[in-house]
Design a binder for this molecule. Structure first.
Ligand code: FES
Length: 169
């Protein structure tokens, strides 16, 4: 199956894969490159849409079900768009021992989402992750690359409220 080129000159909602096309030009026929292609697609679009999966399948000749299977097998891939602020909550051993579950409960309660979900307003996505490499600060979250340590239920709620407030300002 091949995709038809849309000739609407940008007037329709057909997905634009012009950034991904060169990646496929380079890797589509290189055996064992599917993960690399999916990583690059996720880097470009922030997640792997069904349209992107279909496009990768068409360009590589790999069945869409197989591409989808790989995308869902590896936890590094996201099938939904992420929020504006990505919360990476450490669930490594030191953080676990020092209360990461309690921090997770506070975040979930504050934002009304669970691990892997995005708030309705698109502001936050929560992802549980392995050790973030700053165990002496446990329990730790990283939000948009900034590390917050020695968290309590109250302090993490305050951090989230501050970010929300700044988003609205
Ligand atoms: S276990 Fe959380 S930073 Fe290492």
């Amino acid at each position: 199956m091949t995709s038809k080129k849309c000739d609407c000159q940008g007037l329709c909602d057909a997905p634009d894969f012009s950034e991904l096309a060169p990646v496929l030009g380079k890797y589509a026929k290189v055996p064992g490159s599917l993960i690399t292609i999916l990583q690059k697609a996720q880097d470009i679009y922030g997640y792997l849409s069904m349209e992107a999966i279909q496009y990768v399948a068409e360009q590589t000749g790999i069945k869409a079900a197989k591409v989808y299977g790989v995308a869902t097998f590896y936890t590094q891939f996201r099938l939904k768009p992420i929020g504006k602020n990505l919360i990476m909550l450490c669930q490594g051993t030191a953080c676990h021992v020092n209360g990461s579950k309690m921090i997770e409960e506070a975040i979930c309660d504050e934002l009304k989402i669970k691990d892997g979900e995005t708030t309705e307003d698109g502001l936050f996505t929560l992802n549980n992750v392995a050790c973030l490499g700053c165990c002496s600060l446990s329990p730790v979250v990283m939000i948009d690359g900034e590390t917050y340590g020695k968290l309590t239920k109250d302090s993490v709620r305050e951090i989230l409220r501050d970010i929300k407030k700044n988003e609205k300002a």
